[in-house]
Design a protein around this ligand. Structure first.
Ligand code: UDX
Length: 437
């Protein structure tokens, strides 16, 4: 099939590349010329495991191309995906200016009927409003469908190739059938292709992300409670997770969720409720708990070092909002670094991928280290903010030698507290009884 994807951000680039990989002819369109030129030369603007190889191969084999010209890019396409950003706007709602701008441009150049598919996360009612706006301009009939994405950063290609489900909001059966044809190669036999109204499809994305965010804030609040009463959240997790109604997924305590989706989508859901004069008590609490959780590590450091924190050197491992990405949007590590700098502490950081992005924010205010051990040299404590695999089994003897004090604050519960105590570390996780080696 001939496909166009507008927007070469995270979602658009993965969408376009994976569709090309399955044999479709894909043109990716972006208004930023520098980005398009880079992509043509194989320069990928984001880090996502496996993506660079797929872009290279499909560009080389002629199934994937890039352009800044929307008119040219969509000319041949039967299906046009809109994957532009919908960042948080004023008052917490999603900023849809990108979607409206693209819709207008498409309507202006449309020469024959096409299916437009909104891939960006948009508030309920956007599909209908986009169709209305475009109808005022377009000279030919067209369809607007909704197809929310459920890709996890760091595992996006695998998620695309093996979706748990594909959700499509369409008003006409022919449109749903066409999209089914496109996605059929990716659907394993037990995974459904779900057709619903565009409003339900738009809502599905928010409900999914709000529920996932709720699970995280819930377990974080329970972890803090465990800590206050000397219980162990790891034991409690085992105690609850075997109940089939509860399970183990997405209930890892930590330093709060970050990234481009959960914080923004929870706030957009709050905004959707308040715009209708409805309360959003659950989502407001989820957001509030999460913001507070991002300060938990600093609180622990302050309790440990007291007034000496201002003259301490703190090493931070992991800066991206989660492993296997260089994305630092709403990353808990940044909240910690801000607080440490405000306190006057010296900060040394390491992350396998995110350092260039962090450097762009902090410049020479903190020290950047290519290797994890470099960051802990002469540090008074190590803090783990993101659970990259390379932090899971380090040489603890080397670490004890390099650290000025054998103190670890683990925001992701990566290590076994008993083992850490036996190795002589003072170790504190999230929701665990503190242990002193
Ligand atoms: C998420 C959704 O999973 C995806 O379906 C949606 O389309 C986009 O948003 P992503 O933001 O890439 O994907 O990350 P995800 O792996 O879901 O993690 C989000 C955040 O939650 C991370 O900060 C992670 O550290 C945190 N998290 C996740 C926890 O703190 N505990 C958990 O148990 C799970």
């Amino acid at each position: 099939m001939k496909i166009a994807v507008i927007g070469t951000g995270y979602v658009g680039l993965v969408q376009g590349t994976c569709l090309a990989e399955s044999g479709n002819d894909v043109v990716c369109i972006d208004k930023i010329a520098e980005k398009v030129e880079g992509l043509k030369r194989g320069k990928i603007p984001i880090y996502e495991p496996g993506l660079a190889e797929l872009v290279h191969r499909n560009t080389r084999d002629g199934r994937l191309s890039f352009t800044t010209s929307l008119a040219e890019g969509i000319r041949e396409a039967e299906i046009v995906f809109i994957a532009v950003g919908t960042p948080q706007g004023d008052h917490g709602g999603a900023d849809l200016s990108g979607v409206w701008a693209v819709g207008t441009q498409v309507a202006e150049v449309l020469e024959e009927p096409k299916i437009l598919v909104i891939k960006s996360t948009v508030p309920v009612g956007t599909n209908a409003e986009l169709a209305r706006r475009m109808k005022e301009i377009a000279r030919v009939p067209f369809d607007v469908a909704s197809n929310p994405e459920f890709l996890k950063e760091g595992a996006a290609i695998e998620d695309f190739n093996k979706p748990d489900r594909v959700v499509v909001g369409a008003r006409r059966e022919e449109v749903a059938d066409k999209l089914h044809e496109l996605y059929a190669p990716f659907l394993r036999t037990d995974r459904p292709f779900l057709v619903m109204s565009p409003e339900s499809a738009e809502m599905t994305k928010y409900v999914a992300n709000c529920l996932l965010a709720t699970k995280i804030s819930f377990i974080n609040e329970m972890a803090n409670l465990c800590e206050a009463y000397g219980a162990d959240i790891n034991e409690v997790r085992r105690g609850i997770g075997h109940d089939q109604r509860i399970g183990f997924h997405f209930l890892h305590p930590g330093v709060g969720y970050g990234g481009s989706c959960f914080p923004k989508d929870v706030r957009a859901a709050i905004h959707m409720a308040t715009s209708k004069g409805m309360p959003a008590r659950m989502m407001e609490s989820v957001d509030e708990v999460n913001e507070a959780q991002k300060h938990v590590l600093f609180g622990k450091l302050k309790a440990h070092f007291k007034d000496a924190l201002g003259s301490a050197t703190i090493a931070v491992w992991g800066l991206a909002f989660k492993p296997r990405t260089d994305d630092i949007r709403e990353a808990p590590a940044l909240v910690l670094i801000d607080a440490l700098l405000k306190e006057g502490a010296t900060v040394r950081v390491h992350d396998p991928e995110a350092i260039p992005n962090v450097k762009a924010i902090y410049g020479d205010k903190i020290a950047y280290c290519d290797r994890p051990y470099g960051a802990i040299e002469q540090a008074d404590a190590l803090v783990i903010a993101t659970e990259w695999n390379e932090f899971r089994n380090p040489d603890f003897e080397v670490m004890r030698r390099l650290l000025r004090q054998p103190v670890i604050f683990d925001g992701r519960n990566v290590y076994d507290p008993a083992r850490m105590a036996a190795l002589g570390f003072a170790y504190e996780g999230i929701g665990l009884p503190p242990c002193r080696g």
